[in-house]
Design a protein. Sequence first.
Length: 264
Amino acid sequence: MEGSRDMDLKDVLYEVQDGVGIITMNRPDRLNASSTDMTESMIEILENLSSDVRAIVLTGSGRAFCSGGDVKGMSKRLETDESWKQPHPEKAVSMAFWNCDRPIIAAVNGPAVGIGLSYACMCDFRIASESAQFGAFWVRRGYMPDGGGTFFLPEILGTSKALELVWTGRPIAPQEALDIGLVTKVVPAEELMASSVELARQLSKGATLAMGMAKRGMYKSRIGQLEAALEFESYGQAMLRQTADHAEGVKAFIEKRTPVFTGR
């Protein structure tokens, strides 16, 4: 596709249309569950944008935006004694999104849960389809937010609302997401991409350098806070990967049952 000829992209599609770069998370058979290849491909795109790309839309293929981490992969890692040593590529992708000086719009076409919710929140704003769903599902797996979720959620929603969503893990419908300020607009499913691309196209015709400088100015004072949050998430997840509760959360998901946590 145009815009990706010199990139070795995996689990992601990328094309450029009239100044708008469209990044599509592409594991539809797994509801676009995040993978290392996916995060590395998005980093490669964002760090090598051509000058003709002046705005970006992030979306998912098929019926999901991103269903979160690959829980089946987590299950396999739990079978080894060194699962806690697994890398955290989400750290780098979070910084790549925030360091990008182009406007980035999340076109949330379906479930955006766990790290998928973080991916949406990394963007400057979010447009949701009426078939979208949001969920801070980490605690259901005996886990904590990753991808900067501990930073982005309170930044967008305030601490109390962020903690409510993380601690309860309840799903959030599009209208509630609009009411609490998680998304800026809700549109019919068939209008999502056209609406998102049209907004990106309008932004792409603006004073790109001035817009980029304004974005950097707004984000610059908080970059250190994001970095600190990402570092703590890496530590916290490494610790939680060794707990019985995390193992139970993963097994319960695989077995399609309610987890029974013991606080160990």
